[in-house]
Design a protein around this ligand. Structure first.
Ligand SMILES: *Cc1c(COP(=O)(O)O)cnc(C)c1O
Length: 392
């Protein structure tokens, strides 16, 4: 077999303003280049404790059961559904975006039967519809997506939704992949039983270690399962041995990713979680003001606007693909197009973590205005840039 010439790794230097991954903070990159220790080294045990404390701070929870799952956001998602859902459980999932569909697939693989609560793509779930679904279907587990990255819609009324579920003795699983560390999220105050997230959205870390938190009520259900969960790797009753008091070997933690998330979370604690939510509102607010002044529209209503993922409707005169391609080739900027029901209809512009800062916002808006104008959309580029600058 002939080996092709494999040169030194020199990826392009992109500015990541899509639905994830987002820019990794330089301090995180630095933490990742520090030497490895063993996953049972006393110094690493201390690091694990620190990561768990920092995760509790960021999730706004006192849950003892708070860990970084080895793997990307989908691994934490599968850990949540795979452990909580037992064969025969009824699981209520939303149909208002891509990730509700993924919840259904995971719940079914765990032996659950799924039923749905519907809302159009780009809109949140209505509490009345959730209540009706509970009355009709009596689900055991209810999953919802707090920040739907596929549509740019934020789910408001979370405490109302969790109250409905708890009146019916059900468990609530929240997908907070694109909200944790970016938009207001209060796991304990909002009475969320299980929440999972990912590193590469608002935490300024690479994919690889993914936050998961569960309250005692959810853990009790998991620890009293009759049948073991189908995944050995993500079995929380086994992972308890490593992340709980014993600190005994289950699988080798991805040491470098744990270093990364520790530093990413430390940055959040330094900034202050509420300041961080505020920064996302301000920076994404400048993007929103800019695109609106250009003559474009955001897809979701203002009430459901998701600062960490801005869904902008594609104007007449251009296709999403040509604009995305122009930004990548001319400016090294990554944004994305729509998925599913919104395919071809929206641009998805992320503003997450370290990507969410004035330099990036100004660069993106200038480049986006150029792309739209050059490719023939009828937009007022100058008005957009002025409006963006006024907000920064
Ligand atoms: C990105 C994302 C996921 C999946 O995370 P991966 O890191 O891609 O595995 C799940 N839910 C939402 C809302 C996301 O944005």
């Amino acid at each position: 077999m002939e080996l092709p010439d494999v040169g030194e790794l020199t990826p392009p230097n992109r500015t990541l303003m899509g639905p994830g991954p987002s820019d990794v903070h330089p301090r995180v990159l630095k933490a990742m280049s520090t030497p490895l220790v063993g996953h049972l080294d006393p110094s690493f045990i201390e690091i694990m404790d620190e990561v768990q404390d920092l995760l509790r701070y960021t999730f706004r929870t006192d849950n003892q059961w708070t860990i970084p799952v080895s793997g990307t956001g989908s691994a934490a998602m599968e850990a949540a559904f795979g452990n909580l859902v037992e064969p025969g459980d009824t699981v209520l999932v939303p149909t208002n975006g891509y990730f509700g569909g993924r919840m259904a697939e995971m719940a079914e693989r765990a032996g659950g039967e799924t039923v749905t609560v519907d809302a159009p793509w780009g809109e949140p779930l209505r509490p009345d519809d959730v209540a009706a679904a509970f009355d009709e279907q009596q689900p055991d587990v209810f999953g919802f997506v707090h920040a739907e990255t596929s549509t740019g819609a934020l789910q408001p009324d979370v405490p109302e939704l969790t109250a409905i579920a708890h009146e019916h003795d059900a468990y609530v699983v929240a997908d907070t992949v694109t909200s944790l560390g970016g938009v207001e999220l209060r796991v304990d105050d909002w009475d969320i039983d299980v929440a999972y997230s990912g590193g590469q959205k608002c935490l300024s870390t690479p994919p690889g270690a993914s936050p998961l938190t569960l309250n005692d009520r959810a853990m009790d259900k998991i620890l009293s399962r009759e049948e073991s969960t189908r995944s050995w790797y993500l079995d929380l009753s086994l992972l308890e041995g490593y992340w709980g008091d014993d600190r005994s070997y289950h699988h080798t933690a991805p040491i470098t990713n744990v270093y990364a998330i520790r530093e990413g979370l430390r940055l959040i604690a330094e900034e202050g979680i509420e300041n961080r939510w505020e920064r996302h509102l301000e920076m994404a607010g400048a993007i929103k003001a800019g695109v609106e002044a250009m003559g474009l529209e955001l897809n979701p209503e203002d009430e459901y606007w998701l600062p960490s993922l801005n869904a902008v409707r594609v104007p007449d005169g251009v296709t999403d693909g040509e604009v995305i391609e122009y930004l990548l080739s001319e400016y090294d900027i990554e944004i994305a197009g729509g998925l599913g029901d919104l395919s071809g209809e929206i641009f998805r512009i992320g503003c997450m973590g370290h990507s969410c800062r004035p330099g990036n916002v100004a660069y993106l808006m200038t480049a986006f205005a150029d792309a739209l104008e050059t490719l023939g959309a009828d937009v007022d580029a100058e008005a957009g840039i002025t409006a963006m600058r006024n907000e920064l």
